[in-house]
Design a protein around this ligand. Structure first.
Ligand code: SF4
Length: 331
């Protein structure tokens, strides 16, 4: 299984490669990717440099161009695909059918991966994207359970990539409007769920308050952990009780599921977190490198390493780990 690490900017590339990433994924410095935050992402020159560094190291570099072009704005997304092709990256990750069509016509030799943002969650959908646009890999949505992933992987016409670690997105990806409702900005076309420019933290006598565009999403008592404020992980008053009605702050760790994912034939394990620091990316990559190598050495004796889980927990939202929907009995 390929270990695919998140890299936020050029400074984060060398640490991720040094910790054993087989491949990395990045975005350009605009709204063509779903992690548009200040200080993140790559200029065209930086992308060309990163692609060369990855080629020299024998690793792969993928570019996420996975937001949805707005009507009349398609040229910017087309330019992003052209830049990726010029930089000779290993693949582009896309969700929009029009953009996939552009890439397949204009750059037929540039590999195309189907982004999680397309929310393609069944075999007919994957077959359609493969037939129409020649995708070679699909990233499955983070709402499927392990048995559904196994069933899809068994007959998939393309390589399957799944999220192994990091933040969860509990809605149909590429469709969520929760952030738009509060901030007025769409993660699906603008590239940021909870744009940092609209986030405010304030210490108050009742605790640390987190607001998005002035709307209170969370209040954490002193010493209580809290994550980056997104609407889906907000703490609200429901039926007289303060609770996380949609999702609590926690991060995915599928370390316990490694044998099943490997046996299912999953081609790549994706680590979420391009918006996090270079240290985060390197640390999570190191943990997963060790785990994959341990599994490869002796699949029968592989066990989840509690030390590895503890390292991931330190970096997790709310310092809490979950297997998320993978083992959920409900959908
Ligand atoms: S609000 Fe939550 S579910 Fe919606 S896009 Fe953001 S992280 Fe995903």
């Amino acid at each position: 299984m390929e270990l695919l690490a998140p890299v936020g900017n050029l400074a984060g590339l060398a640490p991720a490669l040094a910790q054993g990433a087989d491949a990395v994924y990045v975005g350009l410095k605009d709204d063509t990717n779903a992690r548009r935050f200040a200080g993140l992402n790559f200029t065209p020159d930086e992308l060309a440099r990163a692609a060369q560094l990855c080629r020299d190291a024998g690793r792969k570099l993928y570019v996420a161009i996975n937001t949805f072009p707005q009507p009349g704005q398609e040229a910017r997304w087309h330019r992003a695909v052209d830049l990726a092709a010029e930089a000779r990256v290993s693949a582009v990750i896309m969700a929009d059918p029009g953009l996939l069509g552009y890439a397949s016509r204009r750059h037929p030799d540039l590999e195309r991966h189907l982004s999680v943002q397309s929310s393609a969650a069944n075999l007919p959908a994957l077959r359609l994207f493969q037939r129409q646009f020649g995708i070679t890999r699909a990233v499955l949505p983070r709402v499927l359970d392990i048995e559904q992933i196994e069933r899809i992987a068994a007959d998939a016409p393309v390589e399957i990539e799944v999220f192994a670690s990091g933040s969860l997105c509990v809605m149909a990806e590429g469709r969520c409007q929760l952030s738009t409702w509060v901030s007025g900005h769409s993660p699906n076309s603008g590239g940021a769920c909870s744009p940092a420019s609209l986030v405010r933290w304030q210490e108050t006598p009742k605790g640390r308050e987190a607001r998005l565009n002035g709307v209170l999403l969370d209040r954490a008592a002193p010493g209580q952990p809290g994550g980056y404020p997104t609407v889906c992980k907000g703490r609200y008053q429901v039926a007289g009780q303060t609770q996380h009605p949609i999702s609590s702050p926690c991060s995915l760790s599928t370390l316990p599921l490694m044998p099943r994912l490997a046996r299912a034939g999953v081609a790549a394990l994706k680590l979420e977190g391009r918006q996090r620091s270079a240290h985060y990316s390197a640390e999570v990559t190191a943990v997963w490198r060790q785990a994959i190598d341990a599994y490869r050495r002796d699949p029968e004796r592989y066990r989840t390493d509690p030390t590895a889980q503890a390292r991931l927990r330190q970096l997790a939202e709310g310092q809490t780990l979950t297997t998320g929907p993978y083992l959920n009995p409900w959908q």
